[in-house]
Design a protein around this ligand. Structure first.
Ligand SMILES: Cc1ncc(COP(=O)(O)O)c(C=O)c1O
Length: 357
C-alpha cells in the first residue's frame, strides 16, 4: 500500500521513538575515542555495567543483587529467552506459556525441541495466571514457566501477590519461573521485580531490558538476574554464542541506568498524553478497553460486528490507512483484540484520531 503511494500510519510496533538519556549518548561518543574501546570484552560484561545494573535493581525494585555472581548483561532480553531455554530445557520437556504472550516464548521452546503448554490468561481473571487450575493438571514434565508483568499485550500490571503465588507454584512443583520484565518503568506507578519475593532467586530468573525503559531498543542491552548457579548455566550457553559487548555500549548503558527519577517522569508524562489520545481513538472506533494499562501499548476489544482481530485490522488498514496489531498473533486468546502502540508522537496520534472519524 505504501508503494502505491498511500500514507500508512503504523501503530503496530513497540519501537520507542524518544531519545535515550543524554548522558548515555555523550558517554558513548567519548568512550569511542579511547584506545581500549575496540577489543573483546569479558563474557560476563564489564564491572561498571554490572555495578550500575545492581544499583538500579536496588533503587527501582529494592532488590539486592550480587553484581559479581547474580547478574549477566545481555544483548537485549530477547536473546535471554533463547539462552535460558537452551540452558534449562531438554527435548520433550514441557513449558508453560501464557496465551496471549510475546510470541518468542513459544517459538524458542519449539526450536529447542521442548513442548509448549499454553495456559489461558482470561479477561474475567484480570489476565492473570490461574495457578489453582494449573495445579489440577499433570505438571510432572513441566520444567519451566514464562510470565511477563506488566503484561504485554494486555497491559495488566504486576502485583506482589502475583509474584508470591508464582514463586510458591514454582517451588512446589520444581518449575523454573522465568519472569520477563521489560515494561516496569512505563506507565506503571510501582515497578516490581519477582526477585523481591523472599527466596525467589532459588526458583526464578528475571529478564530485564533497556530497550523500552531507556529508549535504547536498537542498542541491544538487557540483563538476566538470578542466583549464582543459574547465571553460570546461562553464561555457559551465551559464551558459546557471542564474545562480549562493545565497551562504549556497556559504559553508555551504565550511565543510562544512572539517570534521574525526573527522566522517567518526563517519559511517562509523554506516554500518558499519548495514551489519552489512544483512548479517544479507541472510543471512536467503538473498541472496549481498560483505562488502567501499563507498558507501551493499549489492548482493546474489537467491535462485536467483526469476526476476529485479523478481519478488523485489515478493515482499519483498508479504510483508514492505519495498521493496528491484530491480537491473534499473541495467541488464540487474543483473537478478539487489537494492540495499539504508543511509540508515535501526539501529532501522529491526532492524525489517526482525525482519520477514524
Ligand atoms: C514481552 C517482551 N519481552 C521481550 C522483548 C524483547 O525486548 P529486547 O530484546 O529489545 O530487550 C519484547 C519486545 O518487544 C517484549 O515485548
Amino acid at each position: 500500500m505504501k508503494q502505491a503511494g498511500r500514507e500508512i500510519i503504523n501503530l503496530g510496533i513497540g519501537n520507542p521513538d524518544l531519545m535515550p538519556p543524554a548522558e548515555a549518548l555523550k558517554n558513548f561518543q567519548m568512550e569511542m575515542d579511547k584506545g581500549d574501546a575496540h577489543g573483546y570484552q569479558p563474557y560476563r560484561g564489564i564491572k561498571q555495567l554490572r555495578t550500575s545494573m545492581a544499583q538500579w535493581y536496588k533503587r527501582i525494585y529494592g532488590v539486592t543483587i550480587d553484581e559479581e555472581r547474580e547478574i549477566l548483561p545481555l544483548m537485549g532480553s530477547k536473546e535471554g529467552i533463547t539462552h535460558i531455554s537452551l540452558a534449562f530445557l531438554n527435548p520433550g520437556d514441557e513449558v508453560l506459556i501464557p496465551d496471549p504472550a510475546y510470541p518468542a516464548y513459544g517459538s524458542v521452546t519449539k526450536m529447542v525441541g521442548a513442548v509448549p503448554r499454553y495456559f489461558p490468561l482470561k479477561p474475567e481473571s484480570g489476565w492473570l495466571p490461574e495457578f489453582r487450575e494449573l495445579r489440577k493438571s499433570d505438571l510432572s514434565r513441566v520444567r519451566l514457566m514464562w510470565l511477563n508483568y506488566p503484561n504485554m499485550p494486555t497491559g495488566v500490571s504486576a502485583s506482589e501477590g502475583l509474584f508470591a503465588d508464582a514463586v510458591k507454584f514454582g517451588r512446589e512443583n520444581d518449575i523454573l519461573i522465568c519472569h520477563d520484565n521489560p515494561y516496569s518503568m512505563i506507565l506503571n506507578d510501582k515497578p516490581l521485580s519477582i526477585l523481591s519475593v523472599g527466596g525467589a532467586k532459588k526458583i526464578a530468573v528475571e529478564l530485564n531490558s533497556l530497550s523500552k525503559s531507556h529508549n535504547m531498543a536498537g542498542w541491544r542491552i538487557g540483563l538476566v538476574v538470578s542466583d549464582e548457579r543459574k547465571i553460570r548455566f546461562i553464561q555457559t550457553v551465551k559464551s558459546n554464542m557471542d564474545s562480549g559487548m562493545f565497551k562504549p555500549l556497556q559504559l553508555a548503558a551504565a550511565s543510562a541506568l544512572d539517570c534521574s527519577r525526573k527522566w522517567y517522569e518526563n517519559q511517562n508524562a509523554i506516554y500518558q498524553k499519548r495514551q489519552n489520545i489512544a483512548f479517544q481513538i479507541l472510543d471512536k472506533m467503538q473498541c472496549k478497553y481498560e483505562r488502567q494499562q501499563s507498558g507501551l501499548f493499549v489492548w482493546a476489544r474489537i467491535p462485536p460486528e467483526f469476526r476476529d482481530s485479523e478481519t478488523y485490522s485489515e478493515h482499519v488498514l483498508k479504510t483508514c490507512d492505519i495498521f493496528l496489531c491484530p491480537g491473534h498473533i499473541f495467541g488464540r486468546r487474543g483473537e478478539k483484540y487489537i494492540r495499539l502502540s504508543l511509540c508515535n508522537s501526539q501529532q501522529i496520534l491526532k492524525k489517526v484520531l482525525g482519520r477514524v472519524d
